[in-house]
Design a protein around this ligand. Structure first.
Ligand SMILES: Cc1cc2nc3c(=O)[nH]c(=O)nc-3n(C[C@H](O)[C@H](O)[C@H](O)COP(=O)(O)OP(=O)(O)OC[C@H]3O[C@@H](n4cnc5c(N)ncnc54)[C@H](O)[C@@H]3O)c2cc1C
Length: 449
């Protein structure tokens, strides 16, 4: 929606709070960043536009955390792994499972994932954030970055109270769209405008998941290709996550092309097209797929899931070669596991391949060029498109969140900019908090029985 004209507004915005660290976006990476900052002693505020924390995991019904494991080796510890354990203890998951990503696609890919009930994740995160002592503002949208002399000093937000200013020397942009960075004038990677498709997820109840799982994979693929030919399906996958109990299937089967999620008209079209596709997919599943005959549409995600928008230009740009050659970095602060999954823009396929080893993510990818005090985490890190496809999974995003939350709190405590904090100090604290960030550190776990 390109602006056709401008008007001038004069605003007197009340200052509603002063903090050490403000985190914008309460998704995978931002929630963990806020917990880490608060546990490291910072007065922390977490600002989220929706009514719950969790981001893609909850609002988009992306109901499985990927990338805790590379093969059978766990590569993410610290706060993310603690949250995974808390979700299980709360009855929201029956543990890590083997799962085939892109099931019924040309390149299916086996992974160890943590499937969960998104509703449980919501209250587990509420509890973890409040125990850490961070304040949360839900239903509050970021509006503008406050920048003075090349350094961030806070943000303005819009909530039911109208426009408010919130001040802090450190702001973490965990919005998934690098909204704070855009407002602060941070440059972005040039991506040529191509975007992976969006997906509106939905939940079916009254499904016999065991009966579905017993259908041989070549038969599933044949049925999917038939559905695609008839225009009733939209990509080569029967992509389901089942919650504990085996009666519900969360389906990631819509595929909405040519969407720039940073354009309000495109974003609206994505929701409507997603619902149109879901109506068709549900009919197909009930008619064609064993186990779904009596399925009931129980829920549609609050928002369409967006795989990519902006990636910042940071002090280092992670590349596919860094990942595939397992390059080591002095300033590594998190480990990624992949897979590299690229959903074909404009097509019905997916390209999936694995990094040969867990890969290191340098802190410099989370430090935006040109603005002091501003940090990023999650899918907007400074990376090429290919590298982002391998680093965007939620366990990796959460690990980045722990690193920048910790850094932000250390910087605020010493009244110095984050880029002046020695990385060894951040790594020392991360190690104390059981985070994993060096390839040599990772523990080999026994495969599940
Ligand atoms: C369809 C789909 C399927 C996927 N499948 C998987 C999978 O199976 N497993 C996996 O691990 N990963 C999966 N991913 C990738 C993963 O979900 C994301 O890459 C990951 O969530 C990125 O974390 P994040 O913290 O950057 O963003 P998010 O988790 O998206 O969080 C961003 C948060 O910022 C908030 N926000 C946005 N704008 C504002 C604003 N103006 N003011 C305040 N708050 C704001 C949002 O509401 C949201 O809560 C999938 C993604 C999609 C879209």
């Amino acid at each position: 929606m390109p602006p056709s004209d401008t008007i001038q507004e004069t605003l007197n915005t009340p200052v509603a709070g002063r903090y050490d660290v403000i985190v914008v976006g309460g998704g995978a990476s931002g929630t963990v960043a806020a917990i880490a900052a608060a546990r490291t002693g910072a007065r922390t505020l977490l600002v989220e536009r929706g009514g719950c924390l969790g981001g893609a995991a909850t609002a988009n019904l992306v109901a499985q955390w990927v990338a805790f494991f590379h093969g059978e080796t766990r590569v993410v510890g610290g706060i993310p792994f603690e949250l995974a354990e808390r979700v299980q203890a709360a009855g929201g998951s029956d543990g890590f499972h083997r799962y085939v990503m892109g099931e019924a696609a040309g390149t299916p890919f086996p992974l160890r994932v943590l499937p969960f009930n998104p509703e449980t994740v919501k209250w587990v995160l509420d509890g973890a954030v409040s125990e850490a002592g961070a304040e949360v503002l839900l239903h509050t949208s970021f509006a503008r970055a406050l920048v003075r002399d090349g350094a961030i000093s806070g943000v303005t937000v819009e909530s039911v109270q109208g426009r408010l200013a919130l001040l802090a020397p450190v702001v973490v942009d965990a919005s998934g769209d690098a909204l704070v960075c855009a407002s602060a004038g941070v440059p972005f990677q040039d991506d040529g405008g191509e975007r992976q498709p969006c997906t509106l997820s939905f939940r079916l109840s009254n499904v016999d998941v065991a009966r579905f799982r017993a259908v041989p994979s070549d038969e599933r693929r044949a049925r999917v290709l038939d559905g695609l030919r008839r225009g009733e399906l939209f990509w080569e996958s029967l992509s389901f996550v089942s919650t504990p109990g085996g009666t519900d299937a969360i389906c990631l089967m819509s595929r909405i092309q040519d969407i720039d999620a940073l354009d309000a008209r495109d974003a609206s079209r994505a929701e409507q097209e997603g619902r149109r596709q879901i109506a068709s997919i549900v009919g197909f599943l009930r008619r064609e797929i064993p186990g779904f005959e009596h399925a009931i549409l129980a829920d549609v995600a609050e928002r369409v899931g967006v795989r990519e928008t902006r990636r910042i230009e940071g002090r280092y740009t992670l590349s596919e070669e860094d990942i595939m050659q397992a390059r080591g970095f002095e300033d590594s602060i998190a480990l990624g596991a992949g897979p590299m999954d690229r959903h074909q823009p404009g097509g019905t396929g997916i390209r999936l391949y694995a990094p040969p080893q867990p890969f290191e993510i340098p802190l410099r990818t989370l430090l935006p060029a040109g603005v002091e005090g501003l940090l990023v985490c999650g899918r907007t890190l400074s990376a090429t498109r290919e590298a982002m496809a391998g680093a965007r999974h939620m366990a990796t995003s959460m690990a980045m969140g722990q690193a920048v939350g910790t850094l932000g709190a250390i910087a605020a405590a010493g009244s110095r900019p984050p880029s002046d904090v020695p990385v060894s100090q951040v790594q020392h604290r991360l190690a104390q908090d059981h985070a994993l960030f060096r390839r040599e550190q990772v523990v080999r776990q026994n495969p599940p029985a």
